[in-house]
Ligand binder design. Structure first.
Ligand SMILES: C[S@@+](CC[C@H](N)C(=O)[O-])C[C@H]1O[C@@H](n2cnc3c(N)ncnc32)[C@H](O)[C@@H]1O
Length: 370
């Protein structure tokens, strides 16, 4: 889709998928953050007009509803949502729409004018952290094109230890432009380094897009202060990513929320959705593919690991804690994992358990004559 000129534009199937991920992530993030901190902030830095022409809620409304409809909303503390929009007509539209949402004073929804990315970021950062320098802040960066998010902006958004970002990452456009010499300088600004050029050696659309995304994630992960990333891809007519939602955090609890959102959206692989087949009914519910997690655990054969370290590894690989338990159950059934301590426990894998892993014994050769 080109950049629409009108005030409102129609949603597309991928918009619904993007908002599903937002909502699922927010349900988890708010559940943790809004009960633990007196103040939290969400900066919807490319907010839009608040609704699509066909009636779908825009992201500021998705955020407001996540707060108001949350199971634990009553127990929530203060959340300030800063909705930043460049165009005046869209700001006005959003403002009047948000006025119609009845809400408690602890939920603030402000519509703000945009400015030059980095200068504006400094002002927004000051507002977001006005009560405390470590107020947890989620930055949502959802522009119309990749030029809207220079790497310096992402770096600035991740400067504080409790800040996280959700970025719309334009796989299609970046793939298309990566061989164009006139775009190299702009791509350097976007990636924050020149190492993305290595991805041009990779052949095939899907693998090259993956290599470009990996280069982008590596740039973010090299930022100071233990930065972790994950992504969820949205594909279109062909099976390759059209764009990805890129998540970055300094905290494994944030990663746990994003991984949960990914698996709810793609119950089979937790990695991607196709905008044309998403939620189309299938005959059987897909089984989650946990083979990568199992291979990770199998590499511990001959050693013991704490449950906590296994969960940590799983989250870095994009899996969830319940999936750690499922994988351990399956490995225990195959005689490849056993709880070493505690000896007695009501549940098979309590949080403080130590698990020992074993090498599979070779299949017995039944044909052999004794
Ligand atoms: C993809 S749309 C946002 C959609 C919205 N986040 C949603 O999910 O409903 C991008 C919006 O960013 C606005 N925009 C463009 N450049 C901007 C900038 N530098 N700062 C803030 N908003 C900008 C556009 O006018 C447009 O409304």
């Amino acid at each position: 889709m080109g950049q629409p000129d009108e005030l409102l534009w129609d949603s597309e199937p991928r918009t619904v998928i993007k908002h599903r991920i937002y909502r699922r992530y927010l349900d988890c993030w708010m559940g943790k953050i809004c009960q633990s901190f007196q103040h939290a902030t969400i900066v919807d830095a490319f907010a839009g007009p608040g609704v699509y022409k066909d009636g779908l809620d825009g992201s500021p409304v998705v955020i407001a509803k996540a707060f108001l409809e949350h199971l634990h909303s009553e127990r929530f503390n203060n959340l300030s949502v800063l909705c930043v929009e460049k165009r005046k007509d869209r700001r006005d539209h959003l403002e009047s729409l948000l006025k119609g949402i009845s809400r408690p004073t602890k939920l603030r929804l402000d519509v703000l004018e945009a400015g030059e990315a980095l200068a504006r970021h400094a002002q927004l950062d000051a507002i977001a952290h006005q009560y405390h320098p470590q107020t947890p802040t989620l930055w949502i960066l959802d522009p119309f094109n990749w030029g809207g998010v220079p790497f310096e902006l992402v770096r600035a958004c991740l400067r504080r230890p409790r800040d996280e970002v959700l970025i719309t990452w334009f796989a299609d456009e970046i793939y298309r432009f990566c061989e164009d010499p006139s775009k190299e300088a702009a791509l350097d600004r976007h990636f924050g380094h020149g190492a993305w050029r290595e991805a041009r050696k990779v052949r095939g659309e899907g693998p090259r897009k993956e290599a470009l995304l990996k280069a982008y994630r590596q740039g973010i992960e090299s930022l100071p202060g233990n930065t972790f990333t994950e992504s969820f891809s949205v594909a279109s007519k062909n099976a390759h990513a059209r764009y990805s939602l890129m998540f970055a955090t300094h905290d494994m609890r944030g990663m746990a929320c994003f991984n949960q959102a990914k698996w709810r959206t793609d119950p089979h692989r937790g990695q991607s959705a196709n905008e044309w087949t998403y939620e189309r009914p299938t005959l059987f519910d897909p089984e989650p593919d946990l083979s990568r997690l199992r291979r990770g655990f199998e590499s511990f054969a001959g050693h013991a690991r704490t449950f906590e370290s296994l969960v940590n590894l799983a989250q870095r690989l994009g899996f969830t804690e319940p999936q750690v338990r499922t994988t351990l159950n399956e490995m225990a059934e195959d005689g490849l994992a056993i709880r070493e301590s505690p000896v007695k426990s009501k549940t098979p894998w309590p949080a403080a358990s130590l698990i020992r892993f074993y090498v599979p014994t070779p299949e017995e050769d039944t044909d052999k004559v004794p």
